[in-house]
Design a protein around this ligand. Structure first.
Ligand SMILES: *[C@@H]1O[C@H](CO)[C@@H](O)[C@H](O)[C@H]1NC(C)=O
Ligand SMILES: *[C@@H]1O[C@H](CO)[C@@H](O)[C@H](O)[C@H]1NC(C)=O
Length: 219
């Protein structure tokens, strides 16, 4: 009895311990940047944006159209703040490890490169490519033919919503030269988040199993 109670308590504490929070400054010192401009986060982690003067946003877009709010995407709205005022923040909880792209929608800030990404791929649709696209007006499409692997043509450059973005990091690579997509995520719409959650869940099960074994040894 007592041992199973202890086990339950130990297992309950694990997910909270694994979640991390990342602080991102929006326009620190009045510069049109996010600092840092990328974050590598796991499912359940939080990104905490703090707004600096004068009047900026954190608005979700897509790789292909960096400066256009995505349908149903996250948007802090305009956050006019003055120096010395109370901190104004906006939190994004990471629901899947697929890339999430953001920009500031104030006047021409995006075209000046004020963009941000959570989990951008290291190759293909990189943060640098996203930012260059933003500075080019946000309408350029990635070059090259259709990506290899699971991604279909429709999940590449023309993805219009966050849920339509291909998962797996490399699967929407416009150059088609990256390694095959890792894991089981597909480029289809809607399903990629579940794949990421499942992967994370498997990791948690692994950790919980390890802890359960340790707890059993101790009891
Ligand atoms: C976000 O950061 C601000 C500081 O800028 C801090 O006061 C606040 O507690 C943080 N919120 C979360 C949820 O981490
Ligand atoms: C913030 O910017 C938006 C868009 O330019 C504008 O409509 C709004 O009035 C601004 N707010 C303040 C307080 O300046």
């Amino acid at each position: 009895m007592i041992s199973s109670m202890k086990l339950a308590i130990a297992l309950t504490a694990i997910p909270a311990a694994l979640a991390a929070s990342f602080d991102v400054q929006v326009a620190p010192g009045g510069q049109l940047v996010f600092t840092p401009n990328t974050v590598t986060a796991a499912v359940g982690d939080t990104v905490n944006f703090t707004f600096n003067p004068a009047n900026h946003t954190v608005t979700q877009s897509t790789f292909a159209t960096p400066c256009t709010p995505s349908d149903g995407g996250l948007d802090s709205g305009f956050k006019p703040v003055t120096a010395g005022g109370d901190p104004v923040t906006f939190q994004v909880t990471v629901a899947a490890t697929t890339p999430m792209w953001f920009f500031c929608k104030q006047s021409n800030h995006c075209a000046q490169g004020m963009v941000f990404a959570i989990n951008p791929p290291a190759t293909g649709n990189t943060f640098d490519a996203f930012q260059a696209n933003a500075e080019g007006g946000g309408s350029a499409s990635p070059s090259g033919a259709s990506a290899s692997g699971a991604a279909s043509a429709s999940s590449g450059a023309s993805a219009a919503s966050p849920s339509a973005q291909a998962s797996g990091g490399g699967s929407s690579n416009p150059t088609g030269s990256a390694p095959a997509p890792s894991g089981s995520g597909s480029g289809g719409s809607g399903g990629s988040g579940n794949a990421a959650v499942s992967a994370r869940g498997a990791g948690l099960i692994g950790v919980t199993g390890l802890v359960a074994a340790l707890v059993t040894l101790l009891l």
